[in-house]
Write a protein that binds this ligand. Sequence first.
Ligand code: GLY
Length: 340
Amino acid sequence: MKKLLSVLAAILFTISACTTGDMQESSSAEPEIKKWAIALHGGAGYVSPDMPEDRKEAYYAALEEALSIGQGVLEDGGTALDAVEQTINYLEDNELFNAGKGAVFTSEGKNELDAAIMDGSTLNAGAITGVTTVRNPISLARKVMTDSRHVFFSSQGAEQFADQTDVERVDPSYFYTERRFQSLKEAQAAEQTGYLFETDKMKEWKYGTVGTVALDINGNLAAGTSTGGMTNKKFGRVGDVPIIGSGTYANDLVAVSGTGWGEKIMLNVSAHTLASYMEYTGASLQESMDYLTDQVLEPGDAGFIAVDKYGNISMKTNTGSMFRAAIDSEGNKDVAIWDE
Ligand code: GLY
């Protein structure tokens, strides 16, 4: 019913915009165009603002560093795809984030990684799920896009494909971190009690992921997302991240990356929903983001970052917090975790 109302609202918005000329206004008004723009996230969920000061500083420092990597690529005239890959590589190597080195554990005590990347200028994409030996899954996803005839490889097949590339491989033990292992133990203990009530800590088990969206000086958009998934995920569980259109999507209008409760993001084909709403209704990037986070999804589900072809950036979560950072060629910069 809620979905139906949302769709009706979108149709009414379109009709009224067409009749009143609003659509004309929102699509033909001269927008301020940035030469390049980039936004990244390090996961949405709920983290308490009371977290220890040194940990908070470590997160801010990591977000700043990741942003400066992407910024450097774009300032030097590099591609949106390079900015996305290199920024995510840094986040994957930083164990603060649930991706690459900091990936969470499955119910079987393994780290199974998912990633996807999409080139908005060609609508080509690459995705992988369930890899256990690839240090930087986003780089393998990019190879799937550029060096294979396919879009999506899973588990053993993805490892086999990795064997044919030069992506760095590691022993699965590389992904072990004590913090994530303890989270698995706690999640499994809570499971035994039937999850009687959900604590903030339990909410954290559903969330986390890293992603980047970018616009380069040639007007190309790209999006990428990488994750360990959710703590205690069951045998073969695939989340939203590698499902093109769910956690990751880019076209010539907008690039989107999501983070949050993968099942909810998937069920609402979220990243594509934002892009479609924007395209079909003529709504602005921010209006489309609001539609997705406030009307399509439910409070506590997810957060997203997006950049449009003009270099407008939107970053929004309905979960309470999202590690995020953004900058554009005009020097507009934002690094935040909560509503700050
Ligand atoms: N959003 C990450 C996952 O659920 O796998």
